[in-house]
Design a protein around this ligand. Structure first.
Ligand SMILES: Cc1ncc(COP(=O)(O)O)c(C=O)c1O
Length: 480
């Protein structure tokens, strides 16, 4: 099995990115995995295939790429350090030492050093969370529990299992201060599914248009879903406090719904203060409209706790959406909706009629993760990492302009004028770092622009490198 590693290295940049390796692991080989990894690296150094002073991938990165436990790579590196092939530099990684070559080519090159040395590609796309490279005991236990039950032969409850809905009600109460009960909850496959179900359940008077008011800049998938559903989208500008509620008055009369991310405006990072939340609730009441509240990453706060939800403020006028996409991972496809009973009834009736049922095994697994405390544990671990990165971004970039969204979530935004944001993105791309600009999330033109720094899923060395590249680009740019 040969797995080429994903990072290439480029000389002369600081910090030096890890060298690119392709290592062959043979599961049939009687040697242990650490011995195999060490042998491959040793013979490549000795054969002159890996230049002195190159930095090796972190044990985490290499273990993920090889599909082995991190301890395997750590042991291999330790062995090579002890033998004098590698230097271990604290906080910086493992480097190849200058060793006089044995003068003979390796019989069978087992590591390919990729040439030419192309710049790496690191993406600062927001919203991709850190997930552990190894399954935790609780994760395994959750799926063992699922595997221990017989296959579910019947269509499940279209609202979700009562046990999971009860656990979600408990989670929302303790984590979000949202007081609700299992019969106000519907299990979904994520926020976008929740939005789809919500739009399907809203009754729009014949005299009114099907218009969804949406934040601009905002979540593109929400706009795409609305259009797909045959709704038109009305853009509402945002500022540092999130959606500008007064601007809702420009929406067509009797606009039936507004989609909003009040706890961490996506992507510009604003936190909607209580006054504006009350104004939003008042707008919904006066217009007999629904607020669709997407609370996608409120688990991650590094200073003040998030404000109570809009759903708590005005439960009759809010459809609240939650997801595991930023915590356990987007691949799981699980979320929840909290809505007034009439909406819940319509949603479940439609789902039942069209055969749209939530998967039983996935619900069981999440129930088990919540029961075991694994949910809380994984949120705590990720929060520690994000807090460090949130601070690192603030420290490195605050001198270049206004930062939004600091202290929350998995990304931060540096506000810049749109042209500068574009130049910075172009400069960073040339060094292998893809930096999204707010233009990616903007539907109608706005005066403000910015760059988005999504740091959730990066390895430490990728993060450090990306910040260095950003700082270099910003220093080179004449900022207004
Ligand atoms: C604003 C926002 N809401 C929700 C989600 C998650 O959506 P889903 O639960 O459908 O994966 C994302 C993911 O990127 C997001 O950016």
């Amino acid at each position: 099995m040969t797995r080429p590693l994903s990072l290439d290295f480029e000389e002369g940049r600081r910090p030096m990115l890890p060298i690119s390796l392709s290592i062959t692991i043979d599961r049939a080989d009687p040697r242990t995995l650490p011995v195999q990894v060490a042998d491959r690296i040793r013979s490549a150094i000795d054969g002159g295939q890996l230049p002195p002073d190159s930095r090796l991938p972190s044990s985490r990165t290499l273990s993920v790429d090889l599909g082995v436990a991190r301890a395997v790579v750590e042991q291999a590196y330790e062995q090579l350090v002890a033998e004098g092939w590698l230097d271990s530099r604290r906080g910086s990684g493992h480097y190849i030492r200058r060793v006089p070559l044995a003068g003979r080519p390796t019989a069978e090159p087992s590591i390919a050093h990729t040439t030419p040395r192309t710049p790496p590609r690191i993406s600062l796309r927001p919203g991709i969370p850190w997930t552990p490279s190894r399954a935790s005991d609780a994760w395994r236990r959750a799926w063992r529990d699922v595997g221990g039950s017989p296959p579910p032969g019947h269509y499940p409850d279209s609202a979700g299992t009562l046990e999971l809905r009860t656990r979600i009600a408990d989670l929302l109460r303790r984590a979000r201060g949202l007081h609700t009960t299992a019969d106000s909850i519907v299990i979904t496959t994520g926020s976008i599914h929740g939005l789809d179900l919500a739009l399907g359940a809203l009754t729009v008077p014949e005299t009114a248009e099907r218009v969804l008011a949406l934040e601009n800049p905002g979540y593109r998938s929400a706009a795409a879903l609305a259009a797909h559903r045959g709704w038109s989208v009305h853009d509402v500008p945002v500022d540092r406090d999130g959606l500008i509620v007064e601007q809702l008055h420009s929406a067509p009369p009797r606009t039936p719904a507004v989609y909003v991310t009040p706890s961490h405006q996506y992507p510009t990072g604003g936190f909607m203060p209580i006054g504006r939340r009350r104004a939003l609730a008042e707008w919904a009441r006066r217009n007999e409209a629904m607020i669709i509240e997407d609370d996608y990453d409120s688990e991650f706060r590094y200073g003040a706790a998030p404000l109570p939800t809009v759903a708590e403020l005005t439960p009759d006028r809010t459809i609240y959406l939650g997801t595991v996409s930023k915590t356990l991972g987007a691949g799981l496809r699980l979320g929840w909706m909290v809505a007034p009973r009439i909406i819940v009834d319509r949603v479940t009736a439609t789902r039942h009629a069209i055969g749209d049922h939530p998967s039983i095994p996935i619900q069981h697994a999440l129930t088990s993760l919540l029961r075991d405390g694994e949910w809380d544990r994984s949120v705590r671990v990720a929060r520690r990492l994000y807090r460090t990165r949130d601070r690192a971004v603030a420290t490195a970039l605050s001198r270049f302009g206004e930062l939004r969204g600091v202290g929350a979530g998995l990304h931060t935004v540096l506000m810049l004028d749109p042209a500068t944001a574009r130049d910075i993105a172009t400069a960073c791309a040339a060094s292998g770092v893809d930096v999204p600009t707010l233009a990616h999330s903007t539907r109608s033109p706005t005066a403000e622009g910015g760059i988005v720094i999504g740091y959730g899923s990066l390895a430490d060395d990728e993060f450090d490198y990306a910040i260095d590249v950003l700082v270099d680009a910003l220093e080179a740019e004449p900022l207004s």
